[in-house]
Ligand binder design. Structure first.
Ligand code: NCD
Length: 324
């Protein structure tokens, strides 16, 4: 598979991170283990390690983002790298001259890594296929396709709370699966970690065709879908990606799929509540659930730093060990 070749070095190490599919269970586990060691660093008063001193990382964001961009930036700084943030919000197609020109100019400044967010699916892959061999590319979200570091930080969060045996877990992903790169990456990651039961729960209009092929169970009823769940991950309604009226109204969505404390009664008593953010309170869930004792939504944000430190240090460090 092309992706696999691009992402993984001959010695099995990480070259680029473009998507979860194409990674192995062993490599994903190694990334999560490395993140575990960095989680300690982010809790110390002096939060820096010198691993990437002298390296330059460019956050190239063609689409707005707050938590993903800032946690990538903090992760790079905690590894002692120099960081450049470039936000290019005006539209630019992935095959456009302008994107390649931007890349060539940055390459001429001798950067070591690009962290890319782009509204077009395949953008990070395209860039990885076109950069100089010493540069690593990390996908920070491309269109509806993939958001691998988000899925990794979600797996990291689940593993910390529920332990390493995903085989005994029932995980329900609730919401706008259709437009969500996060859902796609989470499903691949949960499968890679051999999760016992992966469920997706949404109205028919928000479920992509043929998604049973991804190895998930599909539910159109919230109560059925979250019954006995160990983990519930809610997703934002991606209004900006919806073409036409896929939903009658946000109010009706909330009535049927919005998670409340009352509806949670059918899940396991120690169910873990997650959301990648940004949350629409009163649409995907009640504030009582978002801010409740079973919610780990803010822990997810914190874990994003350790996971991104792991991914960046593994992709760059390997290059020094095995120069091309
Ligand atoms: C997600 C994204 O941008 O794909 N958010 C994030 O990375 N924190 C999900 C979303 O926008 O709903």
């Amino acid at each position: 598979m092309k992706n696999r070749n691009l992402q993984i070095r001959d010695d099995g190490g990480l070259r680029h991170l473009l998507s979860i599919s194409g990674l192995t269970n062993e490599l994903l586990t190694r990334i999560l283990d490395t993140a575990e060691s960095f989680a300690g660093v982010t809790e110390q008063t002096v939060k820096k390690v010198p691993l990437l001193r002298g390296k330059t990382i460019v956050n190239l964001f063609f689409e707005a983002s707050t938590r993903t961009r800032t946690t990538f930036e903090l992760a790079a700084k905690r590894l002692s790298a120099d960081v450049l943030n470039i936000n290019i919000t005006q539209s630019s197609t992935i095959k456009g001259e302008s994107l390649l020109d931007t890349l060539r100019n940055l390459e001429a400044m001798h950067v070591d890594m690009f962290v890319i967010r782009h509204a077009d699916s395949g953008a990070a892959h395209f860039i990885a296929s076109n950069v100089e061999p010493h540069i690593s590319v990390i996908n920070a979200g491309d269109g509806r396709h993939s958001h691998p570091t988000q899925a990794m930080l979600d797996m990291f969060t689940i593993r910390r709370i529920k332990g390493p045996d995903f085989g005994r877990l029932r995980v329900a992903i609730v919401g706008d699966i259709m437009h969500s790169r996060v859902a796609r990456s989470q499903i691949h990651a949960l499968n890679l970690l051999n999760t016992g039961d992966v469920r997706i729960v949404a109205p028919k209009t928000l479920i992509p065709a043929h998604c049973e092929a991804l190895g998930v169970h599909v539910f159109h009823d919230l109560q059925e879908g979250i019954r006995d769940a160990d983990v519930i991950i809610m997703l934002r309604l991606q209004r900006e990606r919806m073409l036409g009226a896929l939903l009658p109204s946000e109010h009706e969505y909330y009535e049927l799929f919005g998670v409340t404390e009352e509806k949670l009664a059918v899940a396991k008593p120690d169910v873990t509540i997650m959301h990648p953010g940004p949350i629409n309170r009163g649409v995907e869930m009640d504030s009582e659930v978002a801010d409740g004792s079973r919610s780990v939504i803010l822990e997810q944000v914190t874990h994003g730093i350790a996971v991104r430190m792991a991914v960046m240090s593994m992709a760059i460090r390997h290059r020094e060990e095995t120069p091309e």
